[in-house]
Design a protein around this ligand. Structure first.
Ligand SMILES: Cc1ncc(C[n+]2csc(CCOP(=O)(O)OP(=O)(O)O)c2C)c(N)n1
Length: 326
């Protein structure tokens, strides 16, 4: 790590800033949900911030991503603004989808964010579609597709990887193995040791990396993105990670122990990076406090924006149902 810190200091500090922003956003969402201020369901990615941040660091603004039901980190990492995201969670008209999507379907196609998704495994099929469209328009954009290890057992994920493999589509499949699909441990859902074979079966390079290291995620994604941009086709990256909160907010979490959660927290992507930056004298404690304070203020503003915004008009329920005639 010392060499990496010396070579990538500025980038690591910016990545730390982004991971802290994601964590601040979600920590606030958790308490707003507990206080009954947010309608619907929320699934948080607390603990998984390094995957979203490291992967999206490796792409450009005009590239695409597809996300999951646990998509706040992916959205922020793709450049979506916390205020419009928060408004969406509050169901307000100033939200990214006019308050009609809530947490699980936030999308901003203009920024290449093709959507969080309540349908497990749907993201990779959209990514294969985006890849096909890029391929046919002959440009060099790429699409990252985030999905969980639970989704890895869905048929549509395999169909999507197969299509991407056969057509050499510019898609990077990023499987976030946070160890549980809802309440089911990964080993009870898959009778294989590791997931590389799932990518290799469709003719794409596959590797498993430490999803708690933002730099490792960045490097693996950057390599896969470069391959995809240059016509080398898709890749599969499996990120070993962990979610600190339940599957959904309110989940009693009877399926795992406190000790297990604590063990993963020792590898926390934010505190380990902070420690490396402080120990190498690139940041001091007051810089870290300042980064946290800035993030916290930004989220205060987002909450205020959301609270002050109006609910959509009833008529809005009938808008956006059908596509415009083309
Ligand atoms: C097609 C489909 N099947 C089942 C569900 C119910 N469901 C919601 S989340 C989830 C688990 C997903 O696990 P994983 O893909 O590992 O993502 P994680 O929740 O761990 O981020 C399931 C089965 C669903 N939403 N969609």
């Amino acid at each position: 790590m010392p060499d990496v810190v010396a070579e990538y200091t500025e980038q690591l500090i910016d990545q730390l800033r982004e991971m802290i922003l994601i964590r601040e956003f979600e920590t606030r969402v958790s308490s707003l949900f507990e206080d009954n201020e947010l309608p619907g369901f929320v699934h948080l990615c607390l603990g998984q911030e390094a995957v979203a941040t490291g992967a999206c660091w490796a792409i450009d603004d005009d590239d695409f991503i597809t996300s999951t039901h646990r998509g706040h980190g992916h959205s922020i990492a793709k450049g979506l603004e916390p205020d419009r995201m928060m408004a969406e969670l509050f169901g307000k008209e100033t939200g990214y989808c006019g308050g009609k999507s809530g947490s699980m379907h936030i999308a901003d196609v203009d920024q290449g964010m093709l959507g969080a998704n309540g349908i497990v495994g749907a993201g990779p099929s959209l990514a294969a579609g985006a890849g096909l469209s890029i391929d046919q328009s002959d440009d060099d954009r790429v699409c990252l597709s985030f999905f969980g290890e639970g989704a890895m057992a869905e048929g549509v994920v395999h169909e999507s990887m197969n299509l991407a493999g056969v057509r050499d589509l510019p898609v990077v499949f990023i499987c976030e193995n946070n160890q549980y699909g809802e309440m089911t441990p990964a080993e009870d859902q898959h009778n294989v040791d590791g997931f590389e074979a799932r990518g290799e079966a469709y003719g794409m390079p596959a590797e498993t990396i430490d999803g708690m290291s933002v730099h490792e995620v960045y490097e693996a994604t950057a390599e896969a993105v470069e391959r995809a941009r240059n016509g080398g086709g898709p890749s599969l990256i499996i990120c070993e990670t962990y979610r600190y909160h339940g599957h959904y907010e309110g989940d009693p979490m009877t399926y795992r122990t406190e000790e297990e959660v604590e063990q993963w927290r020792e590898r926390d992507p934010i505190t380990t990076l902070e420690k490396s930056l402080v120990e190498s004298n690139n940041l001091d404690e007051s810089d870290v406090e300042e980064i946290r304070a800035v993030a916290s203020e930004r989220i205060d503003e987002a909450v205020e924006f959301a609270r002050d915004s109006d609910y959509p008009d009833e008529q809005a329920a009938f808008e956006g149902v059908y596509t415009e005639e083309i």
